[in-house]
Design a protein around this ligand. Structure first.
Ligand SMILES: [Zn+2]
Ligand SMILES: [Zn+2]
Length: 313
């Protein structure tokens, strides 16, 4: 007989394990774990000669990309992170400073020209809807030519841009709830942080903000807080080289957060991991990771990550 007792037992055991365990394991395996990848970590619109790219963050939730901010270079950084551009589905803009939106339109275009299979939904403060329309007008000749000449679909029908001017729930789908909190970034009043509550992980992106205790409440208990940071000695050095030094210093001090204050926010929020990003200044290689982190550590005893482009958290 080819069927011995041991084989029968193995088969029976495998069957019963499969019966008992598979339905639950199967459900968990349907969902991919939430991943956070920094696309660009340099604050400000100036394109650096090397090093950090301009701001952008990617969250992959169940393998679907959510792009937060589109600084110059975002398309290239997405490719470097292994994301084909036609996978683009959701974009969130924190505020309309150009280091956060300069590549918003070009990213939409790059996704379209790669062959977008689905609709892209973009969310942000005013006037995102008008900006989207204006960008497509800017490229009207090219787009109309390619539609007629290459038989492409009309990208103006594939992008839905939604403005909001109050904090609240931005998006809910099967995988995540996205909400926004207004932050302090004068003179801009329409500046927001985003919170992504996925089933396995919660992630908060500060956007650009001065010290804002309300952000700590918004980020309460999050697994990951990605917070902007400004290093004062680096700013003083930057200001010395700048023709509009006094105004620049005033703007930076009023609208960004020093490491000590980032530490206070992370401590009050009781986040598990704090990720520093949007470094100001972002291209001063003389500032060490330890210098970025030491002020934070005075107040926050959790895990601190000094962000780098394409780092995954
Ligand atoms: Zn910025
Ligand atoms: Zn800004």
């Amino acid at each position: 007989m080819s069927f011995n007792r041991r084989e029968f037992l193995v088969a029976a055991t495998t069957f019963s394990i499969a019966q008992a365990v598979l339905p639950r394991v199967g459900f968990a395996q349907d969902k991919k774990p939430t991943r956070v990848i920094l696309l660009g970590t340099k604050g400000g619109p100036r394109v650096g000669e090397s090093g950090r790219s301009n701001p952008g963050t990617l969250i992959l939730i169940n393998d679907i990309p959510y792009v937060i901010d589109c600084g110059y270079g975002t398309s290239r950084q997405l490719l470097s992170a292994g994301i084909a551009l036609n996978r683009l589905k959701y974009i969130f803009i924190t505020h309309q400073h150009s280091d956060h939106n300069l590549e918003y339109g070009p990213l939409l275009y790059n996704a379209w020209i790669t062959g977008l299979p689905a609709q892209v939904n973009a969310y942000g403060p005013p006037d995102l809807k008008d900006m989207t329309r204006d960008f497509f007008n800017y490229l009207k000749f090219d787009i109309d030519t390619r539609i007629a000449d290459e038989g492409r679909p009309d990208p103006r029908n594939q992008v839905v841009a939604t403005d909001f001017d109050q904090p609240g729930v931005v998006l809910v789908n099967d995988d995540v709830k996205v909400s926004s909190c207004r932050v302090k970034h004068p003179p801009i009043t329409q500046a927001y942080a985003y919170r992504f509550d996925a089933k396995d992980r919660s992630v908060v992106i500060s956007g650009d903000t001065a010290y804002a205790p309300e952000l700590a409440d918004f980020a309460k208990g999050a697994d990951v807080l990605v917070h902007e940071v400004m290093y004062l000695p680096g700013v003083e050095a930057l200001v010395k080289r700048s023709p509009n030094a006094r105004r620049l210093r005033e703007h930076l001090m009023a609208s960004h957060t020093l490491p000590e204050d980032v530490g206070k926010i992370a401590a009050r929020a009781e986040v598990k991991t704090l990720v520093l990003s949007h470094f100001v200044p972002g291209d001063d290689a003389s500032i060490t990771d330890e210098q970025w982190a030491e002020g934070v550590r005075k107040h926050f005893t959790g895990r601190i990550v000094v962000g780098k482009d394409l780092m995954e958290i």
